[in-house]
Ligand binder design. Structure first.
Ligand code: ADP
Length: 471
């Protein structure tokens, strides 16, 4: 099957969070299952992974009352052994910025990107069987396929799968602007594009796609409630018949303690002897007392991630005997609070405010436990990575965290998003630390298959059903 796979961030070329991990790993796994995949992503000013696409030329793309030229870059054979996987990069002045998003004109930038995707595929002679779009940045695509004009042959009426990675970010703009950018007709007013009089890219994706997925079964349920639906819960409830949850995997080529160049010594489930070396290296890096059990965080510093709960719980955790390492960036107030914590508790708390891929590897390996106190968590990758590194997850029971960590079996789970809940679970973990129970939890977590294999097979089955379905 030929799958067109547009995404705003794709590891290793660009990354702000889990979406990049998914868009990096899932296409590889799909290609290994025999699918032909074209991943399309913006050509940002700086691409990671040493990528330098070759420029194929410009193509005209319909946008804002006319047509405009966008550049097409291509990377082939980026992944050895997956010849059926190609990457296309969409070039435009709008994308030549330091970060993928976080700008006031993001809605327009990603309308431009979505509009260009079919033209870019056509330029590369890629006629897909279906489109798999992701999150609000590409939410307009299912709508364009259903209702758009000026589409290349093969695209009008094409079926689509839309995956919701995080419903909090929806890509809102004025309706008039959105239909003008996308060159759509006024009949879209009152459609799924229209959310209380505003254009909503996330809802357009959900409403117009043939099938909708989220990245865990529990999150698929949660977003149908007002607490988690961020005003789209009614939309999700009314469309629940086409909504399912498929858990993310992790890229086991990238995340493997047995061949991770960022670690001082390799280790594996069969032989954990190299793990203490990682802990010692981590403790040295932050000048921490090496004998204490070490709790870690690798996360965006955001309210969603419950980082305020961690800051509130930290003094109690240190008193009970933990030390703490935080690697994260995001909300300036939380960055400040974490930095203050490290200043106030030298020798017990280490903090690195920023985004650092190599350090993340060392933290996952060197910590004894990883804490993920999220208020909501669509899937969560950090707990999966931690388990693969023999690091015990302490998580809140929400979304994918609830689906992947079992209390007392593969980690520790608390119910309520409060610092007391977090402290309770950390207390349970401390009681098990150093005992055979702890080693059993480590072994069970490391043995679990977290690769993309099972998830890719589930997506593949979904694609088949989309092509067979009569709606
Ligand atoms: P989200 O997408 O909501 O941020 P996920 O758990 O799905 O959360 O994915 C987060 C990804 O980003 C993981 O791969 C994690 O290791 C990585 N990450 C988060 N913060 C940092 C950081 N400061 N430095 C390095 N990697 C980070």
């Amino acid at each position: 099957m030929r799958i067109l796979f547009p995404a705003a961030e794709v590891a290793p070329f660009s990354k702000t969070g889990g979406l990049a991990d998914v868009a990096g790993a899932l296409p590889k796994a799909l290609a290994r299952l025999g699918h032909e995949v074209l991943v399309v992503t913006p050509w940002y000013a700086k691409l990671g992974g040493g990528a330098s696409p070759y420029w194929v030329g410009d193509v005209p793309s319909p946008f804002d009352r006319g047509f405009e030229a966008v550049g097409v870059g291509v990377l082939e054979d980026a992944v050895p052994g997956t010849g059926s996987l190609r990457y296309a990069f969409v070039g435009h002045q709008d994308f030549r910025r330091a970060r993928p998003y976080g700008y006031p004109d993001d809605a327009r930038r990603f309308a431009r990107f979505s509009r260009a995707v079919p033209s870019v595929a056509e330029r590369l002679a890629f006629v897909p069987d279906l489109v798999h779009a992701h999150d609000w940045h590409t939410g307009y695509l299912p709508m364009l396929l259903a209702r758009g004009w000026h589409l290349p042959p093969g695209f009008p009426g094409l079926r689509s799968v839309f995956t919701v990675h995080n419903v909090q970010y929806q890509g809102e703009s004025s309706l008039e602007d959105a239909v003008r950018w996308l060159r759509l007709g006024p009949d879209l007013m009152g459609s799924y594009l229209d959310h209380f009089g505003r254009a909503n890219a996330m809802q357009a994706g959900v409403g117009f796609a043939t099938r909708v997925t989220t990245v865990s079964p529990t999150y698929a349920e949660e977003i149908q409630t007002p607490e988690y639906g961020y005003s789209l819960d009614g939309t999700f409830r009314s469309l629940s018949g086409k909504l399912t949850g498929i858990l993310n995997g992790i890229d086991t080529d990238v995340w493997d303690p047995a061949r991770d160049p960022a670690l001082p010594e390799p280790y594996s489930a069969a032989d954990l002897a190299g793990k203490p070396a990682a802990k010692a290296a981590l403790a040295r890096r932050f000048d921490l007392e090496a004998r204490r059990p070490l709790l870690a965080v690798v996360s965006r510093l955001a309210e969603q991630k419950g980082m305020d709960l961690l800051v509130a719980a930290a003094p109690g955790l240190l008193e009970r005997g933990w030390s703490l390492v935080v690697l994260g960036a995001g909300d300036p107030g939380l960055e400040e609070a974490v930095a203050d914590l490290a200043r106030a508790h030298g020798g017990l708390v280490g903090a690195h405010i920023g985004y650092d891929e190599d350090l993340a590897h060392l933290v996952y390996a060197g910590a004894d436990a990883l804490v993920v106190p999220s208020r909501f968590e669509p899937c969560g990758l950090s707990q999966l990575i931690a388990m693969r590194y023999g690091t015990v997850p302490i998580v809140r029971a929400t979304g994918g965290l609830k689906d992947t960590v079992r209390h007392g079996a593969t980690g520790f789970v608390f119910e309520h998003a409060t610092s007391a809940g977090l402290e309770w679970a950390a207390g349970e973990a401390l009681a098990a630390y150093g005992t055979p129970v702890w080693r059993r939890i480590q072994a069970t977590g490391m043995a679990a298959d977290r690769s993309w294999h099972a998830s890719a097979a589930a997506y593949s089955a979904l694609y088949e059903s989309v092509l067979r379905s009569w709606v």
